[in-house]
Design a protein around this ligand. Structure first.
Ligand code: PHE
Length: 482
């Protein structure tokens, strides 16, 4: 992490484009170092993709009418970032700002897998713990037997084979003969209790049904470095981070200021923006510019960039992503299913459901009714708000039959259709990283790019923060040298 204890020989004026997490971080750190900075923000509110939907949130997607949230006071859902790995710099800012955090349950064995058109287990909701016990059991059994029958061409000694089989026995909960016959890990059909009630274990699914189900492919969702527990989120909504920055920035953010032109010379930058209050174009001059505008939006803004920079900006793709929040009268996932946070995964369009990792035992709750990526997100994004709601309810009801009875209100987001964002997160191919990324990382005369797209922590707030910190450090070094 960069040392930003900059001794304030400020006075230089920095214009920051965008009050998302990158812009807020840059303004905050530059402010500490004594720089004069102004953030131009096109929207009426700060945060960018860090966006918490609450009662009264009211925005029109590109090409659609206004959608107004009818959620109850106090309930919310995070339309953008919703979880923070323990090791991300984002948590350092939470700590510094006194933003209270609580665990985000990214893993919960009581969640379900539900797939359609996959053979015997089609249309059955299966607790994750059951699917995991069976897949691991059978795979361990097959592998242990293969090792013992010398069926694998392994350069292992007899002792090593014993040790490997020992491991597989533990991994799969195999019996002494190396058979998987079910495991308490998968849960019970009749829970154990007091006195003579030993309970009854569930029966394992058969091997073929489990293979056809495709459930095994879901397990690795929890394994990737940045999805591993523990994860956290701010109490009360992800925008607590935005509010904490805003409190420290005073009136340095100019809202409803849409950037129209980015101009620069050897002596300074000049930003033309439309002032939303007067409706007139205005101009702001400064020494340097930090541009955090997503590339999908930036590529349409006339700017004095070098040809390489312009080419890089317009060549990079963004991922699609969409979410819907569903408010229910009753937390039936907790009350009926003993399910507190975590997710269910499915091959239906809704892709996944996340149960609120907050306010357990609360009266009502908002769950994440879908979180889709790629082509599925585009398909949902192409629907009207009402159609998205209908799809989320119809498909979700297959996993939770309580849906129709308990549903109250929804709010959905398609990030490609969200004005001034136009994408979920940057999506670099290996070739983009080689060809365009180095250019994006370098200052173009007096304009520096920052944001999750200028990092290897793409799709995370930490990428935005780290890149902003690095740009601030660069600008300061340049100022001190000049
Ligand atoms: N950071 C986003 C999320 O947590 C996007 C993402 C999804 C990143 C999956 C990595 C893996 O949902």
């Amino acid at each position: 992490k960069n040392d930003l204890n900059l001794s304030g020989r400020g006075g230089k004026k920095i214009i920051i484009l965008g009050a998302g997490i990158a812009g807020l971080t840059a303004a905050y750190e530059l402010g500490l170092a004594g720089y004069d900075c102004t953030i131009l923000e096109a929207k009426e509110f700060a945060g960018g993709r860090n966006w918490t939907i609450r009662k009264g949130t009211s925005v029109a997607e590109i090409g659609s009418g206004r959608q107004t949230s009818r959620f109850d006071n106090g309930l919310y859902f995070n339309a953008g970032p919703m979880r923070i790995p323990q090791f991300h710099v984002t948590l350092d800012y939470c700590k510094k700002f006194g933003v209270a955090i609580e665990p985000f349950n990214n893993v919960n064995e009581s969640g379900y897998y539900y797939n359609e058109n996959v053979g015997a287990l089609s249309g059955q909701r299966v607790p994750k713990r059951a699917a995991k016990a069976d897949v691991r059991g059978y795979v361990a059994e097959m592998l242990a037997k293969a090792v013992n029958q010398n069926a694998l061409d392994l350069p292992l000694t007899a002792e090593e084979k014993l040790k490997l089989v020992d491991y597989l026995k533990a991994e799969g909960d195999l019996n002494p003969d190396l058979f998987y016959k079910g495991s308490e890990r998968g849960g019970y059909k009749d829970e154990p209790g007091s006195r003579l009630d030993a309970g009854v274990l569930r029966d394992p699914f058969d091997l073929k049904a489990i293979i056809h189900s495709g459930f095994g492919k879901y397990f690795s969702n929890e394994y990737s470095y940045d999805q591993q527990m523990m994860m956290f989120h701010p109490v009360g909504g992800m925008d607590a981070i935005v509010k904490a920055f805003e409190k420290r920035l005073g009136n340095r953010i100019k809202f409803k200021s849409e950037v129209k032109e980015i101009r620069q010379s050897s002596s300074g930058v000049r930003i033309v923006y439309k002032d939303g209050n007067s409706g007139k174009d205005q101009e702001l001059r400064g020494d340097y510019c930090i541009c955090t505008i997503p590339l999908t939006v930036l590529k349409k803004i006339p700017a004095d960039f070098s040809p390489e920079m312009s080419k890089a900006i317009s060549s990079v793709g963004y991922a699609s992503a969409g979410k819907i929040g569903l408010q229910f009268k009753r937390r039936f996932w907790e009350e009926d299913d003993d399910l507190y946070g975590g997710s269910s995964l499915t091959n239906m369009d809704i892709t996944q459901i996340y149960y609120p990792p907050t306010d357990y035992f609360g009266k009502k709750g908002i769950l994440l009714g879908y979180y889709a990526y790629g082509g599925t997100a585009d398909k949902l994004g192409g629907m009207s708000y009402a159609e998205r709601e209908r799809l989320a309810l119809t498909q979700g009801a297959k996993i939770h039959p309580q849906y129709p009875k308990e549903f109250e209100a929804s709010y959905s987001i398609d990030w490609k259709k969200t004005k001034y964002q136009e994408g979920g997160w940057v999506s670099y191919s290996a070739n983009d990283r080689k060809t365009y990324y180095p250019t994006l990382c370098k200052p173009d005369n007096r304009v520096y790019l920052a944001g999750e797209h200028i990092s290897y922590i793409t799709a995370w707030q930490a990428g935005a923060i780290e890149s902003a910190r690095e740009v601030v450090t660069d600008i300061h070094k340049r100022v001190m040298k000049a």
